[in-house]
Design a protein around this ligand. Structure first.
Ligand SMILES: Cc1cn([C@H]2C[C@H](O)[C@@H](COP(=O)(O)OP(=O)(O)OP(=O)(O)O)O2)c(=O)[nH]c1=O
Length: 188
């Protein structure tokens, strides 16, 4: 069975390679804007489903895997920052507090689809302005939901997590593997 990862994220490539040595990458070129007022825990999964739908139409015989990661705090969705100033604003908001990272995943094979959302709670240390400035200056926050990456230099911001680490990085591989097993059972 051909597997396609519908994602441009280098993190997702690295994480899917833990499960499958051989797969193709076809990023889904879709508008990722969030519907106004949509509950934060549903947004990633909706976007992930749109990503796989987009790629699956051109590749109906393949297993298509897509995901979308968002950060939620006070009911508000934080996506990727537009620039360094917005990244600093997001990090000030996350400083000293708990937030949630939701990754929505969609798996599509022919007419069948399974989708799910995995949540990880993350606690940040209180951050000084200097710390925020220094981290933003690394450029690391710019392509990441919530303006940080737990797997790189952003690791020093995080006091603790409750849930799957890989979910924060963008792909909850253990749950994905289980859901995929269920999809393949259904397709038999
Ligand atoms: C919170 C957090 C996010 N991220 C990343 C994961 C995702 O790549 C990114 C969120 O953006 P996404 O829109 O989920 O993914 P993407 O645009 O990088 O790739 P594609 O849409 O093509 O699949 O933030 C980390 O790498 N580490 C973290 O700790």
């Amino acid at each position: 069975m051909d597997i396609i990862l519908a994602s441009a994220s280098p993190r997702r490539r690295e994480l899917l390679a833990l499960l499958y040595p051989d797969y193709a990458v076809i990023p889904a070129d879709i508008d990722e804007s969030v519907p106004e007022g949509a509950p934060a825990e549903t947004v990633g999964e909706l976007t992930a489903r749109r990503k796989t739908a987009h790629v699956a139409t051109q590749h109906p015989g393949s297993l298509v895997i897509g995901a979308d990661t968002i950060v939620e705090i006070d009911g508000e969705v934080l996506g990727k920052p537009r620039d360094a100033a917005e990244a600093a604003l997001m990090l000030r908001r996350l400083s000293g507090r708990e937030h949630r990272v939701y990754t929505g995943v969609s798996l599509r094979l022919g007419a069948r689809e399974r989708s799910f959302t995995q949540c990880t709670r993350v606690w940040f240390y209180p951050l000084s302005e200097r710390e925020i400035e220094d981290y933003v200056a690394t450029g690391d926050p710019l392509d990441k939901a919530g303006s940080y990456g737990i797997q790189g230099p952003g690791c020093i911001l995080v006091e603790r997590i409750d849930g799957d680490f890989f979910n924060v990085m963008g792909l909850p591989v253990a749950r994905l593997r289980r859901e995929l097993g269920l999809l393949l059972d259904e397709s038999r």
